[in-house]
Design a protein around this ligand. Structure first.
Ligand code: NAP
Length: 430
């Protein structure tokens, strides 16, 4: 028997397990620090993007096979160490994602009201770490920093009316806070131009169909239309949306301004954020941005920085600090230790990118471990956890938690999530 531990139950973890599970004589434990599975699908993907979240049904299919087991509410690093896992299993795969924000390294970034997207997205998605965030939504201005899909998610969620959350699984505390929100002017700050955005067409197009909010693009920021021909088709579509926002400004009470060539250089405020100082930029031949010296202020009572994520390092595991991910040779970190998904390649690509990634790491490790070395595997983990008085949450337990969440859903919503570990455990009588 071969024993594999996958740390992290998000897309990368379950796609890896999906390939592994087809091999003979194998037992796979998918370990997560939360009592609930699916990682980014549950707490990263926007609550109003239920069709993307539906991929969790596929992971459920993997989780329910005989040779895959969910081991929830066990923290690798504190409850068990990586060394202990590598002694117990033939292979350990780190599928821990990139849950930490890249730091916004400008003066004033530590002022109250400056929030990283991991925290803000976690808040509206009910991640237990961020349930108490209570972001300030009282001032009319908000600055969203970054030109990726996360910036779009954040701007859209801030702009929606309560009615537009129908059918979503946005959690009650965010639903209520957003319903009372005083936000009227959202600025999406991109340090480069329309041809350098990292926004996909479907997500960008959604901004054009909001009930009370309209996107605005300054036509002067757009390159000559003929230049779009050199873009790859997806980008060309995205830029077409920007052109249409620029050509057809619609007056609505909430505005979403795309500030291009706009580099935040400082955040100011008396006790809390009040404005972002932005420097206009220009691009060099390599398309890198450089400040021009010209600045302006964006009034904002909330700043959400959406500038990418990092994988938290684990003591003893080689790490690439500049890239914010584990140091690996195509996924091999150390003998018996692998990385997959964002923990391996950094925070890029869609959910689907993790499928071939997971399959490749699974095939690689199956070849490396051969028939296995007779390690104790899950029996060994159970004994270790029992000796520490730890009772993991099983997949069967999770399904009871899920059932309780479905029961608690408001009309039209798929579920009302528990937003604390205590509440999740209480749902299974612990
Ligand atoms: P991202 O796509 O890497 O975008 C990060 C943005 O932040 C870039 O525009 C980058 O600009 C900017 N940035 C970085 N450092 C900055 C700084 N110091 N100051 C100002 N701007 C800075 O990251 P993301 O939006 O977090 O998304 C992560 C991944 O998740 C992406 O692959 C994304 O597509 C995916 N995602 C997908 C969906 C969806 O499909 N619906 C939703 C959410 C996320 P430069 O280009 O100039 O570096």
């Amino acid at each position: 028997m071969r024993h594999v531990a996958v740390v992290g139950s998000g897309p990368a973890g379950y796609y890896t397990a999906e390939t592994l599970q087809k091999a003979d004589d194998i037992a796979i434990d998918v370990i997560d620090r939360l009592p609930v599975p699916y990682g980014l699908i549950r707490t990263g993907v926007a609550p109003d993007h239920q069709s993307i979240k539906a991929v969790s049904r596929r992971y459920e299919g993997v989780a329910l096979t005989d040779n895959v087991r969910f081991v929830g509410h066990v923290s690798v690093g504190s409850d068990v160490t990586i060394d202990e896992l590598t002694q117990l299993y033939d292979a350990v795969v780190l599928a821990t994602g990139a849950p930490n924000d890249r730091p916004l390294d400008i003066p004033g970034a530590d002022l109250p009201g400056v929030i990283g997207s991991a925290a803000f997205v976690g808040w509206y998605n009910g991640h237990p770490d961020f349930a108490d965030l209570d972001p300030p939504l009282d001032a009319p201005g908000v600055a969203v920093i970054g030109n990726g899909n996360v910036a779009l998610d954040v701007a859209r969620i801030l702009a929606k009316t309560p009615g537009e959350f129908a059918g979503s699984d946005i959690v009650a505390h965010a639903r209520d806070a957003l319903a009372q929100s005083g936000v009227r002017h959202i600025h999406i700050l991109g340090r480069r131009g329309p041809h350098q955005i990292a926004m996909t067409p479907k997500e960008l197009g959604e901004l054009g169909h909001l009930e009370r909010a309209s996107p605005r693009v300054d036509p002067a920021d757009l390159p000559p239309e003929g230049d779009d021909a050199m873009l790859e088709p997806g980008m060309r579509k995205s830029v077409t949306h920007l052109r249409s926002f620029a050509a057809n400004p619609v007056a609505k009470p909430v505005t979403i301004d795309f500030d291009f060539f706009a580099m935040p250089v400082a955040i100011e405020g008396n006790g809390r954020v009040q404005r972002v100082i932005v420097e206009k930029t220009e691009l060099d031949a390599e398309l890198r941005s450089h400040g021009t010296g010209e600045t302006y202020a964006v009034e904002a009572g909330l700043v959400v920085s959406c500038i990418g994520y990092q994988t938290p390092p684990i003591p003893g595991v080689p790490y690439e600090h500049g890239r914010g991910r584990f140091a690996s040779d195509e996924g091999r970190i150390l003998p018996g230790l692998y990385a997959v998904g964002w923990a391996r390649r950094g925070p890029s690509g869609t959910i689907g990118t993790n499928k071939p990634d997971g399959a490749r790491i699974a095939e690689m490790l199956l070849e490396d471990i051969g028939r296995g070395a007779g390690k104790p595997g899950r029996a060994g983990l159970d004994a270790l956890l029992a000796s520490r008085d730890l009772t993991p949450v099983t997949f069967r337990d999770w399904r009871r938690i899920e059932e309780a969440e479905v029961q608690a859903a408001i009309a039209g919503a798929p579920r009302e999530k528990f937003t604390s570990v205590e509440a999740m455990l209480a749902a299974i009588g612990r």
